[in-house]
Design a protein around this ligand. Structure first.
Ligand SMILES: [Zn+2]
Length: 313
C-alpha cells in the first residue's frame, strides 16, 4: 500500500483510494495525477501523517493493492473488496492488507474509492451507509445514479469504512474512465472544501437499491438492457443456454449489466427507491418517487425476487 498525503484547502480530512483492484488502471492513474498536481504538505502547519493537532485538513491518496497492480490482476490471494474487515494475521495478502487500509482511513471525514468495470457507461456511485458526508459526496459527484448497497455485502470498503462512497468511473482500461474519474475526484475534493479552485456544485441523485445478483449459466450470453434502463414487465433482461431472466414486474433496472464481464453473473437487479437531495435541501434520507411526484403512482409491490428465472435442462 502506498500512501501519499497532500495539502488540503480546508479543514476536512478526505481520502481517495485507487488500485483496490489491480487490473483497473484508471484508479492508479488518477491517484498518480492528483499526487502530481496537488500541493505537498506544509510540514510547519501540524497536519500530516501523525495527525498533529487534528485540526488541519488533509488529502490522502492511496494506491491500495500494489502487488496486484504490479501483476495487473484483480487480486493476488483474495478480492480486497470482499475481504473487509480482514485479518492482520492472515496468510492471504488481501485479508492482511484490509486492516492496514482501514487504519490508514480511520477518522477521515470522507473517502472516495475508485473502480472501473466491464459494464457499459454511465458511471455511478455506490454507498452502504448514508451519512451526511456520504450525501455530500454523492450529490456532489457528476453522476445521475447511486446504488444503495446496504444489505448486499458486508465485506466491501464502503460497507466497513465510515463515510465511504465507491464510484464506477467507466469501462476497465478506457481513457474515458481516467478522464471522467479525474473530474469526479476534483468534484469530490471541492464539495468537501479540500480544493478551492471553483465552487462545488450539487444535484439530486437517483437512488437504486441493489436487490439480487442475476446468475449466468453458460453458452452464448445476451443482455438486452443497459444499466439503469427501465425493464418493462414481461421483458427478458438477459439469457443464455441455461437461463432466461424474464422480469415480471415494472420498476426493475439493471446494475453492472454485462454479457462477458463476469463469469457467474449478468449483473444485478435494482429498484429505484427515490432521490438523494443536496445538502441544505431537505433531510438526510432518500425521498421516495411518490413524494417527489405527488403520490400519483401506485408504486411497486416490493417483492424480493424480481424475476422468474427459467432454468433449462
Ligand atoms: Zn474494482
Amino acid at each position: 500500500m502506498q500512501t501519499i498525503d497532500r495539502e488540503s484547502a480546508g479543514s476536512a480530512r478526505v481520502a481517495i483510494v485507487g488500485g483496490i483492484h489491480g487490473d483497473e488502471p484508471a484508479g492508479v492513474r488518477i491517484v498518480e495525477r492528483l499526487a502530481a498536481e496537488l500541493p505537498p504538505l506544509d510540514p510547519s502547519d501540524g497536519g500530516g501523517i501523525d495527525g498533529g493537532t487534528g485540526s488541519e485538513g488533509l488529502v490522502r491518496l492511496i494506491l491500495a493493492n500494489e502487488p496486484a497492480i504490479e501483476a495487473e490482476t484483480r487480486y493476488t490471494d483474495a478480492d480486497l473488496n470482499r475481504s473487509f474487515p480482514g485479518d492482520a494475521d492472515s496468510e492471504e495478502y488481501e485479508r492482511a492488507l484490509a486492516p492496514r487500509l482501514a487504519a490508514a482511513l480511520e477518522g477521515f471525514d470522507a473517502v472516495l474509492a475508485l473502480h472501473t468495470s466491464h459494464s457499459a457507461p454511465p458511471p455511478f456511485a455506490i454507498f452502504s451507509d448514508l451519512t451526511a458526508s456520504v450525501r455530500r459526496t454523492v450529490t456532489g459527484l457528476p453522476v445521475d445514479h447511486v446504488v444503495d448497497a446496504s444489505g448486499l455485502r458486508s465485506t466491501t470498503l464502503d460497507s466497513t469504512i465510515p463515510h465511504t462512497v465507491s464510484i464506477e468511473v467507466g469501462r476497465q482500461g478506457s481513457e474515458e474512465a481516467v478522464e471522467f474519474g479525474y473530474e469526479a475526484c476534483l468534484a469530490f475534493l471541492r464539495v468537501h472544501g479540500a480544493l478551492a479552485d471553483e465552487p462545488p456544485t450539487f444535484s439530486e441523485t437517483t437512488v437504486v437499491k441493489g436487490s439480487e445478483e442475476v446468475p449466468k449459466g453458460g453458452g452464448e450470453p445476451h443482455v438486452h438492457f443497459a444499466n439503469f434502463e427501465a425493464i418493462p414487465a414481461g421483458a427478458v433482461f438477459a439469457e443464455d443456454d441455461v437461463y432466461t431472466h424474464r422480469v415480471e414486474e415494472s420498476g426493475v433496472v439493471p446494475i453492472l449489466a454485462s454479457e462477458n464481464g463476469y463469469d457467474d453473473i449478468f449483473g444485478m437487479y435494482g429498484r429505484v427507491t427515490g432521490v438523494l437531495k443536496p445538502p441544505g435541501e431537505g433531510d438526510l434520507r432518500v425521498y421516495s418517487r411518490d413524494e417527489r411526484r405527488g403520490a400519483d403512482e401506485s408504486g411497486e409491490t416490493g417483492e424480493n425476487s424480481a424475476d422468474r428465472s427459467e432454468r433449462a435442462e
